[in-house]
Design a protein around this ligand. Structure first.
Ligand code: 3NM
Length: 223
């Protein structure tokens, strides 16, 4: 499956403003142009995670957008998701590949060029590189990269088919700087931006998603 990584939404149910349901928030984001959805649930129990994953799958099918599950291969299999997103300390990619259907998408979070090189040799389909900017959505201990270091890391993807999204503190106000800034140092471009709070915490997720999508589309059109 050829995936458009332009605007990769990572869910964050705890950040949704009062009065907006999870489904509403997600549907607005999809209408605004989100191209991939990752369900990320760090505190939910298995039953709740499964419920959220099922609800997400319904909307992803409606908008023909791939569904990725964070970390939990069992949940990805149960809801027939398109793939999983792994952290550096989760199940190794090669093991996940054996457990999942042959065409499953596997992505992994990376913070350094070495981690990206390892992900490439382990057979990742995409890497999420971050944190690019400061974020309060996730407790991150790795150094903030900024566009310049991000660009240096992207060099590890040259001559590969592995796709990339940047993550961490990405907003419509800094999206253009991150997209164009990273290409300056490496000549290799990002395939998209991964975002939680700028979309999910917005009272108007459709508009928030559209602003980000427009930034990525402008970047891709001008390359
Ligand atoms: N992963 P926001 S940063 C889920 O650096 C996640 O790997 C990160 O949230 C990484 O868009 C992050 O609200 C949180 O800053 C991103």
């Amino acid at each position: 499956m050829e995936i458009d990584y332009s605007l990769y939404l990572v869910t964050g149910r705890n950040l949704i403003p009062d009065g907006i349901t999870y489904e509403d928030s997600l549907e607005q984001a999809l209408k605004g142009g989100v191209t991939v959805v990752q369900v990320r649930e760090k505190t939910a129990d298995t039953g709740e995670f499964l419920e959220v994953a099922r609800a997400t799958k319904k909307l992803c099918e409606k908008y023909k957008v791939p569904l990725i599950i964070n970390d939990r291969i069992d949940i990805a299999l149960a809801v027939e998701a398109d793939g999983v997103h792994l952290g550096q300390t989760d199940m190794p990619i090669k093991v996940a590949r054996k457990l999942l259907p042959a065409n499953a998408i596997i992505g992994i979070s990376c913070n350094t060029g070495e981690e990206v090189e390892k992900a490439v040799s382990a057979g990742a389909d995409y890497v999420g590189i971050g944190p690019v900017c400061a974020t309060s959505t996730k407790q991150v201990t790795s150094p903030l990269l900024g566009p310049r270091n991000l660009g240096d890391i992207l060099v590890a993807l040259e001559n590969t088919n592995v796709k990339s999204v940047a993550i961490g503190g990405i907003k419509s106000t800094n999206a253009t700087r991150i997209l164009f800034g990273s290409i300056m140092t490496s000549g290799k471009s990002l395939d998209g931006l991964a975002v939680v709070s700028d979309i999910v915490a917005s009272p108007e997720p459709l508009i928030a998603a559209k602003r980000l999508k427009d930034a990525v589309s402008y970047f891709k059109a001008s390359r």
